[in-house]
Design a protein around this ligand. Structure first.
Ligand code: SF4
Length: 375
C-alpha cells in the first residue's frame, strides 16, 4: 500500500537529480529536486562535519539538510565500499543528522553495494524494500522503472558530452547552453524506448544546430579526478564552462550514468572501468579505493588518443586522489603532456582557479602549436 506522505530527494550532484526525479515520477513518489549549492550551504556543511572529512561529504550533507528544511523526509544515496571514506558516508550522515536534530526530519536510504558482505542481490533488496513502502509497487517493478530512467539518463549524459565539446566552438556565447537545456527537456519526456530513440535523434540535431565560429581554433583537454568534484559544477567552480570559454574542448572521465551503472558497461566517457583499470595496472599493485585506478587509466587512454592536456580535479582530504596525483605527474611528464592538478575545498576561490586555467590554456596552445610547427 502506497504511503503518500513521503517526499524523496537526493544530495545535489550534477545531473543526478534528473535521473532520480524521473524514476520517482514513474513510481508515483513525490520528489523534491535538491536546491543548487551555494556558499551558505557549504558553510553549514563544513560546520557540522568533522574537520578532516573529505569535501564531498560536507557538500552532500549540506544538500540533504537543506532539502530537509524544504520538506523532504527521505534522501536516497549510493554508498561506496572501502578503503576510501565513501564507504562510511551513510554512517557519518546518520551521526551528523542526529547531532543536529535532523534525524527526525529526514532519513537517508543508502544503497551500499558489497559493503554489507551479503551480496549485491541482498543489498538491492535492502535498498528497494523502503521504496516498495513509499510507492506501493513491487521490487521488480521498481527495478524496471529504474532501468527505464537510467536509459534516459544515458542519453542525457551523451548530450552533455556534446555540450562540453561544442560550447568551445560556439559563435555566440551562451548559445550551446540554451540548446543543451532544450535538448534535455526533449529527452525528459521520453516514456519508452521508441520515444527515447526518436527524442535522442532530435536532441542530437538540436545540439548540432549551434552556430560554430569557423575562426576559433580549439584544443582538447581530458578531465580526470574524484567523481563528485568532476560532476558537480558548483564544487569545481564551473571549470568545464570556463575551459570551453577559453576554447578548450573537454573529454570528461566520468558521467552520472558511468558512475551509477555496471562497471563493465559501455561508458559515455569512453572506456569502462575494466579497461581503465587494465591500463593503470603498471601503476598500482593493490586496490586503494576511490578513483585512483580510473584516473590513471583514463589519463593513459587520453595520452594514447593524442589529447592536448590533462586536468586533475580532486577534493581536499581525498587519499586515493593524492596517490593518483603522484602517478599522474610522472605519466604526463614522460609523455610531455601539459598537466594541471587542482585541489578544491570550501576555502578555494574561483579567481585563483581562473588564473590557473588561463595559464594552463596558454601552455596547451603553445605546446600544441610548437608540435604542429615541428611537423
Ligand atoms: S574518493 Fe576521496 S573525496 Fe571521494 S569519498 Fe573517497 S576519500 Fe572522499
Amino acid at each position: 500500500m502506497k504511503n503518500k506522505n513521503h517526499v524523496v530527494t537526493v544530495p545535489r550532484m550534477g545531473t543526478m537529480s534528473i535521473l532520480v526525479e524521473d524514476w520517482m515520477k514513474r513510481l508515483g513518489i513525490d520528489f523534491l529536486p535538491p536546491a543548487p549549492l551555494n556558499n551558505k550551504m557549504i558553510e553549514v556543511g563544513a560546520s557540522v562535519s568533522p574537520e578532516f572529512a573529505c569535501f564531498p561529504l560536507k557538500a552532500t550533507i549540506a544538500s540533504i539538510m537543506n532539502s530537509a528544511d524544504n520538506g523532504a523526509d527521505t534522501a536516497l544515496m549510493v554508498g561506496g565500499y572501502g578503503p576510501c571514506r565513501f564507504g562510511y558516508y551513510g554512517e557519518v550522515y546518520k551521526v551528523i543528522l542526529k547531532e543536529n536534530g535532523y534525524d527526525k526530519k529526514i532519513k537517508v536510504l543508502t544503497f551500499e553495494p558489497m559493503t554489507s558482505g551479503e551480496g549485491l542481490l541482498n543489498d538491492l533488496h535492502k535498498f528497494f524494500g523502503p521504496l516498495t513502502e513509499l510507492s506501493g509497487k513491487s521490487k521488480p517493478t521498481i527495478y524496471w522503472h529504474l532501468a527505464r530512467s537510467f536509459k534516459n539518463a544515458v542519453c542525457m549524459d551523451k548530450i552533455e558530452s556534446m555540450l562540453l565539446s561544442i560550447r568551445a566552438k560556439e559563435k555566440y556565447r551562451g548559445d550551446t547552453q540554451k540548446k543543451y537545456d532544450e535538448a534535455i527537456n526533449v529527452l525528459r519526456s521520453a516514456k519508452n524506448d521508441k520515444e527515447l530513440a526518436a527524442y535522442h535523434k532530435t536532441a542530437v540535431s538540436i545540439m548540432n544546430s549551434v552556430e560554430l565560429d569557423p575562426e576559433r581554433k580549439t584544443f582538447k583537454v581530458g578531465i580526470v579526478g574524484e567523481f563528485y568534484v568532476i560532476m558537480e559544477p558548483f564544487i569545481n567552480m564551473n571549470v568545464e564552462r570556463l575551459l570551453n570559454e577559453l576554447g578548450i574542448e573537454i573529454e570528461r572521465a566520468i558521467y552520472i550514468t558511468d558512475w551509477t551503472g555496471p562497471k563493465n558497461a559501455e561508458k559515455v566517457a569512453g572506456i569502462n572501468n575494466f579497461d581503465s583499470h587494465n591500463l593503470a595496472k603498471p601503476w598500482i599493485d593493490s586496490w586503494c579505493g576511490g578513483d585512483y585506478t580510473a584516473n590513471v587509466g583514463h589519463a593513459i587512454h587520453y595520452i594514447n588518443e593524442g589529447i592536448d592536456g590533462i586536468i586533475h580535479l580532486y577534493p581536499f582530504g581525498c587519499m586515493p586522489d593524492i596517490m593518483a596525483l603522484e602517478a599522474l605527474e610522472i605519466i604526463t611528464d614522460e609523455a610531455h603532456m601539459p598537466f594541471l592538478s587542482i585541489q578544491i575545498d570550501e576555502k578555494t576561490g574561483q579567481a585563483g582557479v581562473i588564473t590557473r586555467l588561463q595559464a594552463f590554456t596558454n601552455i596547451v596552445r603553445k605546446e600544441t602549436e610548437e608540435i604542429w610547427h615541428a611537423i
